[in-house]
Design a protein around this ligand. Structure first.
Ligand SMILES: Nc1nc2c(c(=O)[nH]1)N[C@H]1C(S)=C(S)[C@@H](COP(=O)(O)O)O[C@H]1N2
Ligand SMILES: [Mo]
Length: 426
């Protein structure tokens, strides 16, 4: 399978048209029924698929303490946002290329379920199979040829808070700074192999993996069901794996034990944790996670939103605390990381004068699509007082981080240069 962005775009356009024509299903619910159900739930139907009133609450933090996350969240490593925990970028300094589990961000819609690997089953089902439902246990998955992928998982809303702080355009959702990303070495089996073993029909177009965590219910009582998001077969057969190991050890509870999907370069929501079943369908599938959420809505986008999000965008960050203090007349080594869902990182530039002049940073890792590159540059500040450090990455497709990101209501895919505040002391 090739990976051509144009093909993805055309596919999404076709799928959207099928949805609008009422041909598609959302978990067995036709579009007209869906709109009626949404209306009954008080969510409004003025704009099909666009539910900004509901999503304002839906994505926001509802508890305050990392509730439902199993691993420790020491404050020097994590910033807790409700059921989610963001990695402090400064805590990554010196951790090496791969993000240790002890530092890896967690994004949970509800709470981490405790699943028993010995009794866990994966159910593959749907009209896109030739021979009906097929179940797999962990031992059978492990008996299939294994592959490893070094890849980041990044939330589509990573850096969302900068829409507010840098652009005065607040967006709904978890107010991540840049730490809703981690890079790990994942080991597992190709989804393509599992689908073929299950008897994939030539008519199949979409697969919908679903998690075993609790149904997602918003504070206003809307039940979105279990976390699930369809993806086109073109992605599913390309580089997606069912991962059972992270950095050489069994997947830990918070990251999907015993098996999660790993969809390299795509928005984090594609990498469904605590995988329980996968529907394989001959018609396009829909869930709230590719209709209400994870599309771009706003003035710059069509009323029904953009096509469902696929790849992550381009970012870079300093491994420095916010408002770090640095002494003047001392040579500091500024370090950071840069990444893109479109291609490996080919250049990082740094500005220490608020964006007037730029110099190239040293890159410490080869360009690797779907994973990050560490970088560094020396800096000897001379003038005491507040300063802004900027980093600007460029990827192999020649994308460069812009000055601002066109806003969208849910604050996805922020890619602008972050202005990192520091204080220089005498
Ligand atoms: N079952 C399930 N899968 C899920 C989620 C979830 O809440 N439930 N969150 C998704 C989102 S939005 C992201 S960004 C990633 C986060 O992966 P991590 O917690 O391992 O860092 O998992 C995705 N997979
Ligand atoms: Mo996410």
């Amino acid at each position: 399978m090739t990976r051509i962005p144009e093909a993805e775009t055309a596919y999404d356009r076709r799928r959207r048209n099928q949805w609008l024509a009422g041909e598609a299903r959302a978990e067995g619910v036709g579009r007209r029924d869906m709109l009626r159900l949404l209306a009954a739930a008080g969510l409004g139907t003025a704009v099909p698929m666009s539910l900004p009133a509901a999503t304002a609450n839906a994505a926001g933090p509802t508890v305050s303490s990392g509730e439902g996350i199993v691993k420790p969240l020491p404050p020097e490593r994590f910033i807790v946002h409700g059921t989610n925990a963001e990695t402090r970028f400064e805590a990554l300094a010196g951790t090496g290329y791969l993000t240790p589990v002890s530092h890896f961000f967690v994004r949970n819609h509800t709470t981490t379920p405790r699943l028993d690997a010995a009794t866990w089953r994966l159910k593959v089902w749907g009209d896109g199979l030739t021979g009906g439902e097929r179940q797999f246990g962990l031992a059978e998955l492990k008996s299939l040829p294994s592959v490893t992928r070094t890849a980041f998982v990044e939330c589509a809303g990573n850096a969302r808070n900068f829409f507010k702080t840098q652009q005065n355009q607040p967006a709904s959702g978890t107010p991540w700074t840049t730490g809703a990303i981690g890079t790990a070495r994942w080991r597992g089996v190709r989804l393509a192999d599992v689908l073929r073993k299950a008897g994939l029909s030539r008519k199949a177009v979409d697969v919908m993996p679903r998690g075993l965590d609790d149904e997602y219910v918003t504070p206003d009582g809307t039940n979105y069901g279990r976390v699930r998001r369809p993806m086109p077969l073109s992605k599913a057969l390309d580089d997606v794996i069912l991962a059972y190991e992270m950095n050489g050890a069994p997947l830990p509870p918070d990251h999907g034990h015993p098996v999660r999907l790993l969809a390299p370069s795509w928005v984090g929501i594609s990498s469904i944790k605590w995988l329980g079943d996968i529907e394989v369908s001959t018609t396009p599938l829909y869930s709230p996670w590719n209709t209400d959420f994870y599309r771009l809505y706003g003035d710059a986008y069509p009323p029904g939103g953009s096509a469902p999000l696929t790849r992550q965008t381009l970012k870079s960050a300093f491994e420095l605390p916010w408002n770090a203090t640095l002494s003047a007349h001392t040579r500091h080594r500024l370090t950071g990381r840069a990444w893109s869902g479109h291609g490996g990182i080919t250049r990082v530039e740094v500005s220490t004068d608020g964006g007037t002049s730029w110099r190239q940073a040293h890159l410490h890792d080869p360009a690797h699509r779907g994973a990050w590159t560490r970088w560094s540059t020396p800096w000897t500040p001379t003038k005491p007082g507040p300063a802004e450090l900027l980093s600007r990455a460029t990827d192999a497709t020649s994308r460069t981080q812009p000055r601002t990101t066109v806003p969208n209501t849910q604050g996805y895919l922020f890619d602008a240069v972050v202005r990192h505040a520091v204080t220089v002391v005498a």
